[in-house]
Design a protein. Sequence first.
Lengths: 759, 499
Amino acid sequence: MDTLELLVWLIPLPPLLAFLIILLVTRGNKLLSDIVAVAAILGTWGLSLTVFFNAISTEHLGEHPLRAAFTWLPLGESVETSFQIGAMVDPLTAVMLFFVPLTASMIFIYSTGYMATGHYWTEIKGGHGHDDHAGEEGDDHGHEMVVDSAGRNLVRFDATAWKARFMALIALFASGMLLLSVADNLLLLFIGWEIMGFCSYALIGFWHNRVYPNQPKRITPMFAGIKAFMTTRVADVIMLLGIAWLYSYTGTLSFREIMYNEAMLHALESSAFPNIVALSTLTVGGVIGLLLFAGAVGKSAQFPLHTWLPDAMEGPTPVSAMIHAATMVSAGVYMIIRMYPIISTGFHGHGFTPTMQIVAGIGAFTALFSATIAVAQRDIKKVLAYSTISQLGYMVAAVGIGAYVAAAFHLMTHAIFKALLFMGSGSVIHAVEHGEEHAHHHGHHFPIDFDAQDMFNMGGLWKRIPVTAWTFLIGGLALSGFPLVTAGFWSKDEILADAFAHAPAVFVVLAIAAFLTAFYTMRQIGLTFAGEPRTHAAEEATQTDWRMNLPLIILAFFAITAGFVGVHQDFPVLGRLLGENPFHHFVGGALLEHPETLAFSFTPLILSIVIALSGLLVGWLIYVRKPLAAGQEDPLKKLLGPIHTLLENKYYMDELYDWAVIRPSMWFAEKFVYLFIDRGIIDGILHFIARSVEWMAFRNKDFDTHVINGGADQVVEGIGGLSDSFKYVQSGRVQQYLAVAVAGLLMLVGVFVWTLFLR
Amino acid sequence: MFTESIPFLQVVVPILPEIGLLILLLTVLLVDLFTRLVRKRTLGVVTGVGMIVIMLANLFVGFSLVNDASYAGTALGGMIRYDMLALMFRTMVLIAGALTAFISIDTPVVGKQGEYFGILTVATMGLSLMSAAADLMMVFLAVETASISLYILAGFLRDSKLSTEAGLKYYLFGAATAGLFLYGLSLLFGFTGETNIYNLAAPLGEMFAGDDTGAFAVAVALLLLLVGFGFKVAAVPFHFWTPDVYQGAPTSTTAFISTASKAASFALLVRVFDAVWPVEVAVYWTGLLAAMAVITMTLGNLLAIVQKNIKRMLAYSSIAQAGYTLIGVVALTETDLGTAAVAFYMFMYVLTNIAAFTVISVISNTTGTDEIADFAGLSRRSFPLTLAMILALLSLSGVPPLAGFFGKFFLFAAAVDAGYTWLAIIGVLNAIVALYYYLTVVKVMFVDPNEDTRPLVITPAFAAVLWISGVGILLMGVIAAPWWNWALNAAQSITAMAP
């Protein structure tokens, strides 16, 4: 192992150390905790960039990745059979090392600003107040108390109370994501995957005592955390089955040994799945691919396990930016790109396998499905959440049609501009919350359920928070695929071009989704920034501090430029200018089978430009040209009628799950397992035994009273005369112990004699 | 026997730790004589640091010489066997001794008594000899040297009824089983005329194959030895002393008995049973031990659930842990993995249990009792202490990535490898049961409200022990391979160079 390969190991380390340091040492000091966390992530960024620049300057990195492995778990009497774990940097990991530490660093800096102020409503229970965490004090003095519709006593709670803990958790999260990125085998990847799962749970429910007065239907952070955890758990178990099967089939989980090994891939391809008629076209590799894909469905929030992600927006906004946009949800897509040779088992450039059809189908469906929902949302973060699901659907669909390089490209650009958009929205929310506080001081009264995230409470913010507005516009245009000058255009165009060439059906679906994407993005920008303020809170909104603005500006820069690494070489003018599509050549070398370069075609390009621009135009006509006035309804409502209601309610998916899964499970747990099995059968048997014994005991009572007690009493009286100090020792217990021991010995002799002579 | 002169080094090296401990003993007694009461902390520091120095020296010498043909094998006229197994278990015993000395520094009463540290050193010496003994005479001498010292250590608090009771009970029970054990040893000598354990197998094999009487006699000797070992490792039905002694003895002594004594006993058990019993007998004793393993872990775990006192709970837990470890002993006739798993498990157990008892010491120093209820709200009183306790409890219950997980993994892997899959399954089921009572303590630490707000003092000595054991638990778990390789070498060494 030379120094560079050791550096790869060190990449996940600084945030992990930061987590431990904050937890054990600095948790009482917010400023110090901020410094530790930010220093750690910047250190990691430095390490990553060093490795990254070395990686991209290495010739044939795909054939000779940077790799440092060691024997971890011995599985037998020799070292050869041991399980090796290691860190590896191949082209795909190098891409991750470019954007993960970048977005993470920005979000860390942003968090130090975002978590510095704010309040929310919380319930006071039985006079105890809040849990007092050592070294972290909640400040709820000097605020009014109200009683909500459910009769609960509520106070305003200082949202910054647990800031140190927040920094510790996001540091642990970053460490998990980086571990996943540099892992050279599925097990280590899965460990990182689960660390992130836990952190996601803890961070979504970070404000675990927050309640929403007078919004009884709104999910609280605590339950949102549980929901996210449970939903992804379902997927993770299926994924674990896939990992176990892969291991038992191949004897290794190392990416290189499976993916870069023709014999292994051939074996996975040639063995048909045990003959169940309906599945007879599946190979073992295909089924394992499907199981692994299930993990990605959970983690990357694909239909039908997507419902947790919108609710995950209950977490603090930096969390939404990092976990639910830039990194963790990308992990699912990263994994299936990584596992592409297994998912595409049997696919050699033509004839999609059943597994790939399923992957492409779910991806494309999700892309369209959630784009339609995003159109009708009022909450600024919910729009972005559904947009994230939709964009992840693009990537999944791209993997399904064999365009994994395009998927990786979009993964990178999307992480950057979506992190930008989320942080922008956080900045907006922050500004409106501040506006509310200001207006409150100026004598304006707000209803208790005033929602600072509702876009209909905003408007006219362009002049109040210009930095946020400009950067948000850049992010939004990138998301819409605004031609030529945004990163999102290039990556989305590559997916669409691939789909156009190989799978026209997927292209149509994705194109419609692209139109909707452009439309809802413009709607969001219009509702938030255009026109005049619709509430006093929006009127008094102010730009926030530099810690929140700086990351926005840096990410906006990348949201424009990051796309230029993947411009097709035959693209007019730009293709020549920017070199021979470096991204495609770099990432394409990651696998044994290099992907063919798609011939350049103008048709999908022009189509995607037209689609994006028309979406933006429609949005502009409705929401920017004639900005909404205060109290005005969404014009879309009239336009779409009942469909709008359906979309606004997310196709009633949550209600469906509640009815089809949650209630039956609760019923099963309550009525069947608890009342029937536990209380009925098991307790019944126990009671029966107890009664029988009681009955026998009663019958034997006479015998007991006269014979046994009589004898024992005499012994006790005899011993009782001995000296007091020896009471404990001479109680007869040691003799009893020894008697049992000797009885045990005799019993063993008996057993032995029996086995020896009387068998 | 000593017809030719043996080079000095070949005499000294195999008993290097014992020589070191003897010097340390004299040093401790001298220090005790010349220090005033207020500065008595020096005693514990000298003992602990001394043992660590001895351990490191022994490791250094051991790794360079243990595979050297002129040192390896039996030494000192066959009394001692110098091999990797001895080296590994001596290391464990010395670590346990050193950490116990550090804990003792701040344990009330015992921390200021020179005798306590002196006897601790002698006990360590006995246990170190047990790890290497290769002759029936040496076996008994080593066991008794250790045992008698431990009786005194257990009853050291003369003013505490519980402690004196513990010492006396331990002694009575130990004396009785020692008698049976000695009787078994004498039978072996009587049958064969040999005392070196490596010379017994052949004549015993003949005798066992001979007639029914001979077979029965061998069986009786086997069972008598089993009683002795059953007592030492606290296996059912020879475990009754454990809860009373663990509860009554000073906490530092409990830590020592539960770790060093158990480890050395397993070293001896593995060595003796592997060497003494011929192949024909193996079927029987493995069957018996398998049954004992099942009963021991099941009973230990079930009884641990209902305990209110943390030391009693850990006593039953340690019975259960002995049960798991017996699985490895059962497997050793079939595969080297068995012995290796025992060695690995004991190493991790020494570190883990000492960590747990250290936390208990800190808390009982403030509260004066050892109830599980004392742990209520510990997470809000002292987070580092909570973290240490969680590490220990999760390691004991076998949660990855801590050392305990790999310990159990290797034990069960050895069982499966040796064809005892059912035993591994029972082990896993027991581990699930055990998780309940270990996690109950975690729940108490985090969820239960704390009434007590007195500060918990983590003295430098306690902190040192917690750091050493905590890092060890993590290290043996996250990077298990080097330790496992060491254990495998140890396992191979007991058969590799048998004379």
